[in-house]
Design a protein around this ligand. Structure first.
Ligand SMILES: Cc1cc2nc3c(=O)[nH]c(=O)nc-3n(C[C@H](O)[C@H](O)[C@H](O)COP(=O)(O)OP(=O)(O)OC[C@H]3O[C@@H](n4cnc5c(N)ncnc54)[C@H](O)[C@@H]3O)c2cc1C
Length: 423
């Protein structure tokens, strides 16, 4: 049995190790055009900022792959012949498979400007983008970044760290307020501005201007402002990378359509991770998850199913984390969704650099947001699963904080505030 996996990101690699665990004799090939070895994509910014070396972003020693008999193929897959069970490759001959996992991740959304091809205009997704960025910053004094999600703020920090003047254009009124509740969004917006980054809300990029020699010279916003710059960062989100499937019979929607065992519409072809769209049969919207830990979870289930186990994927309690400059952020469960009966208890440190939000209903707690403080994943998740009432959570809040010293100060302050609000 030969399993071919397209994509050596967290999803593909997790699936490969899982299959190896279950099937010691099967042949497993991991194919990726980006890099021979798996690396941590979220660490891209730290390489650029000099906090990590590339080799430190590889979670496995190079010898691991041979030890595990996982064949690494550095190449781009250009097509899939599903009836013939073959992959077409760019550099070498085709590759036959018995079972196939598509784990091709995401691709950055295009901004749709005519001048998007100009030198100095780029997104940030993978190692080739990092190489382009090293080259681009040599010519950059002023940068405009369009798109205010997690990658936009990372790119802003990376450029700002090199002394480049940065303007961040966001279509929302304050940073990432589709996801962050108003107070947390205001906190991050403040921090961005305190860094000396110009944050322009309610504004989209309308046009990129040529400096006359094929390089970006500025932008025009939809508010009619012209901003001179030598660099434009395009970070307006990502979409499932399904380009490879264009001329195949594998069904796609926004992503590769799969059932909750990651089977596609074609026998022996599976898809998981950022590129997959899990079809929901209960009348709810289909599910596309594009974060690191869901890639790992999906890879585990897909790998088990490919290896012959019957397993289904349960999305579980939502978790995400990020860093906005030096401000840590974590979310557990359901926050800022405006669910019926939802109530919020929000405490913010007087210094405006830390906060705790507890979201609950009459049935119990449903979500947490931590800013500038690190919550304990297992505890927050357990309280949500167990639907602990707010009173219980408040009483035990110091257990949910990662930093015991901080917890000793925060938990009493949050309890005091809850008491005052109830009075
Ligand atoms: C800059 C950045 C920062 C991020 N930070 C965070 C974070 O802090 N926390 C978090 O949870 N998530 C973060 N993410 C998202 C996270 O990295 C992704 O959700 C995760 O990497 C998805 O894993 P994957 O294995 O599904 O896909 P990917 O990691 O995208 O891997 C897919 C691989 O497939 C390869 N491939 C695609 N098409 C082909 C082809 N035709 N032939 C050969 N190879 C192909 C690609 O080159 C790529 O190497 C970040 C993403 C980016 C871009």
């Amino acid at each position: 049995m030969h399993v071919a996996i397209v994509g050596n990101g967290v999803t593909g690699v997790t699936a490969a190790t899982r299959i190896r665990q279950k099937q010691p004799t099967w042949k497993i090939s991991l194919i990726s055009g980006e890099s021979t070895h798996h690396y941590s994509r979220p660490a891209l910014m730290y390489i650029f900022m000099g906090h990590m070396m590339y080799r430190h972003t590889k979670p496995f020693e190079d010898a691991f792959w041979e030890e595990q008999r996982l064949e690494l193929i550095r190449d781009w897959v250009t097509g899939i012949d599903t009836p013939g069970k073959r992959l077409m490759l760019y550099k070498r001959q085709s590759l036959a498979y018995d079972r196939l996992l598509i784990a091709t991740g995401s691709k950055p959304n295009r901004i749709g400007c005519v001048a998007e091809h100009l030198a100095g205009v780029q997104g940030l997704y993978g190692l080739p983008d990092l190489q382009t960025l090293y080259e681009n910053v040599k010519h950059t004094r002023r940068a405009v970044i369009t798109g205010g999600g997690l990658i936009g703020i990372e790119l802003a920090e990376m450029l700002h760290g090199r002394g480049i003047e940065v303007t961040l254009l966001i279509k929302e009124s304050s940073y990432w307020n589709r996801i962050l509740p108003p107070e947390e969004s205001a906190m991050v917006s403040r921090i961005i501005e305190e860094q000396g980054i110009r944050l322009i809300g309610n504004t989209r990029l309308r046009e990129i201007l040529d400096n006359g020699s094929g390089r970006v010279g500025g932008v025009l916003t939809d508010a009619g402002e012209r901003i001179d710059c030598d660099f434009v960062g395009t970070t307006i989100g990502v979409s499932p990378n399904i380009d490879l499937l264009r001329n195949t019979s594998i069904e796609t929607g926004r992503g590769v359509l799969v059932d909750d065992s990651f089977r596609t519409s074609v026998t022996d072809v599976f898809a998981a991770g950022d590129c997959a769209e899990i079809v929901n049969r209960n009348g709810r919207p289909n599910l596309i998850q594009q974060v690191w830990y869901t890639g790992k979870l999906q890879g585990e289930v897909a790998g088990s199913v490919i290896a012959g186990e019957e397993r289904t994927y349960a999305p579980g309690i939502w978790y995400n984390s990020a860093k906005f400059f030096d401000l840590e952020y974590q979310v557990y469960g359901q926050v800022n969704l405006g669910l019926p009966g939802e109530k919020n208890l929000y405490w913010e440190h007087p210094g405006g650099r830390a906060s705790v939000r507890i979201v609950y209903t009459d049935e119990g707690v449903i979500g947490f947001n931590f800013m500038g403080a690190r919550g304990r994943h297992r505890i927050c998740e357990r309280w949500i699963v167990e639907q602990r009432p707010l009173s219980y959570v408040l009483e035990h809040l110091d257990q949910a904080e990662f930093d015991p010293e901080f917890a000793q100060r925060v938990a009493p302050a949050v309890r005091r505030m809850a008491k005052e609000q109830a009075a």
